[in-house]
Design a protein around this ligand. Structure first.
Ligand code: GDP
Ligand code: MG
Length: 174
């Protein structure tokens, strides 16, 4: 099978681990998810009749120190940059910190997706970032964009499938 490496990055607490748990294990926990030891989860998906083994890399809390390094990015086919729509600072950090680490460490062909997580149903009063603000940042950075909710299982599969389709199209055309 083809193997693709996908990374999740973004501020601590935005829901990176929750998005992975929702996508791979199909559940959700209301508490902080501590990732210890193991660095990635595997999920096999089917895209246009082709089996693709996804190696989904999660940070084990080291994003708090912003020490995501070149070795983490090595061989990455795609990056999911996550912010929290209920916390504006995480969008500013996506723009001012995380995007730069991608530019410094990822290969030019690496496919990028900006994700506004915690876009829960019935929580619009807690929002600090509008859909349009996320979309326009993504556009200015040349990234694809989606809002999602790991809690409500909204757009979680779509985020990963869209990214993998972008990766396959890029690989197919090169
Ligand atoms: P990480 O540090 O980026 O890996 O974040 P976690 O996945 O550990 O999540 C941090 C906190 O946000 C936890 O309390 C999660 O339950 C919560 N969380 C994650 N995703 C969502 C979501 O879509 N909606 C809401 N309301 N909370 C979420
Ligand atoms: Mg985590």
């Amino acid at each position: 099978d083809a193997m693709r490496k996908i990374l999740l990055i973004g501020d601590s607490g935005v829901g990176k681990s929750s998005l992975l748990v929702r996508f791979v294990d199909e559940n959700f926990s209301p508490s902080f998810i501590t990732t210890i030891g193991i660095d990635f989860k595997i999920k096999v998906i089917d895209i246009n009749g082709k089996r693709i083994k996804l190696q989904l890399w999660d940070t084990a809390g080291q994003e708090r120190f912003r020490t995501i390094t070149t070795s983490y990015y090595r061989g990455a086919d795609g990056v999911v940059l996550v912010y929290d729509v209920m916390d504006e600072k995480t969008l500013f950090d996506a723009r001012d910190v995380w995007y730069n680490t991608i530019m410094e460490n990822a290969l030019p062909d690496c496919q990028l997706m900006l994700v506004g997580n915690k876009a829960d149903d019935n929580e619009d009063d807690k929002r600090q970032v509008s859909y349009e603000d996320g979309e326009s940042l993504a556009k200015s950075l040349g990234m694809n964009f989606m809002e999602a909710s790991a809690k409500d299982n909204k757009n979680v599969d779509e985020v990963f499938f869209t990214l993998v389709k972008m990766i396959e199209e890029k690989l197919g055309s090169s």
